[in-house]
Design a protein around this ligand. Sequence first.
Ligand code: FMN
Length: 324
Amino acid sequence: MKKSVTEILGIEKPLVQGPMSWVTNAEFVAAVSNAGGLGVLGPNAGQTELTADPIETAERMRREIRKTKTLTNKPFGVNLAPNPDQSKDPWTRPILNVIKEEKVPAIVWMGVADGTVLPEMFQELKDAGVKIIYRAITPTIENTQKAEAAGADVIVATGFDEGGLMPEKAIGTFVIVPMIADTVKNVPVLAAGGITDTRTAKAAFALGADGIFVGTALLATVENPTHQNVKEAILRSTAEDLALFKAPPTFVRSLPGKLTDKLVELYQSGASDAEIGKTLGGMSGFNVGMMQGDFDNGWGCFGLGVAQIHEIKTVKEVIESLLA
Ligand SMILES: Cc1cc2nc3c(=O)[nH]c(=O)nc-3n(C[C@H](O)[C@H](O)[C@H](O)COP(=O)(O)O)c2cc1C
C-alpha cells in the first residue's frame, strides 16, 4: 500500500511549501514546519544580494540551514535545480554536499528542461537518507515515470495556474493533477498551482492528490520576506491583473509595472529569447521586484490564486485555513 506524504516526510499535515527564489528564509521556512507542513529553503534563501560564486552560494545556504535548525526541530527541505548536463552546472554539487553534511531531511528537485531525472544523483540522495520531492517544471507522463523509477519519494503535479517558472505546456491544475495521479503507481502525489484557499485545497484532494504544494498562498504572510508593497499588491489583485510573458524557455506571470509591461510587449511581438533574457535581468530583476517592491525596474512571479488572497495572515493561519 502507498505510504502517506505525512508518514514519508515525518510531518503532521499534507502540505509542502514550494521553494521560492529569494523570498524564503529560515524564519519563514521554520514557521511552515512549526505549523505542521514542510518548509523548504529556496535559492538565495535569507539573502538580499546575489553572489556569482557557487561555493559562497552553498555556504550561505549552510548558514540558513543552521539558522532554520535553531528555529524548528521539525523536518524541512532545500531546493535543488540540477542542470541535465552536470558538466555545465557548478551550482548543484556544492549545495548537494552541504545538504548531506547538514543532514537536511528532504529536497525539492526542480526538474528543468525535459524534467531532468539524474538516477545517480537520486541514489546518492537516497543513500544519504534525504527524501526526494520531485517536481518537474513541465510535468509529463514520461518524466513522472522516470522519476518514480529512479526512486522519488513524492511527486508534484504542477498546473499552469501556478506562480514561478510555469510549465511549458499550458495544462491547468484541473487536468494535470488527475493525469499525473493516474500515472504514479506507488508514491504520493501533491497538487500545485492555484491552491490559495480551503475550496481550492479541497479540490486538489478531489482530483486525486494526496497533499498540496503551495507557494503564492504563503507570500502574503507576516513571516515571508517579500517586500511589504508586494504583499499589499497581492491583496488588491485578482487573476485578471497578472500579466503573462516569456522567461525563456518557460513563462512567468507578474504584477503590472513598467518592466512587466515591456516584457509583455516583447513576448507579444515575438522578440527573440536572447532579447527577452537581457530585459529580464535574470534573478536580479526578480530580486528588484519581489524584495525591493519595485515593479518598474523588476518583475516577480505570482500564481492565479492571488484572486483568493484578501488578508496578510501568519503562516500558521494560512495553513490552517487551507486545510480546514
Ligand atoms: C515567487 C515565486 C518564486 C518561485 N521560485 C521557485 C524556485 O526558485 N524553485 C522552484 O522549484 N519553484 C519555485 N516556485 C514555484 C513554487 O515552488 C510552487 O511550485 C508554486 O508556487 C505552486 O503554485 P502556486 O504559486 O499557485 O501555489 C516559485 C513560485 C513563486 C510564487
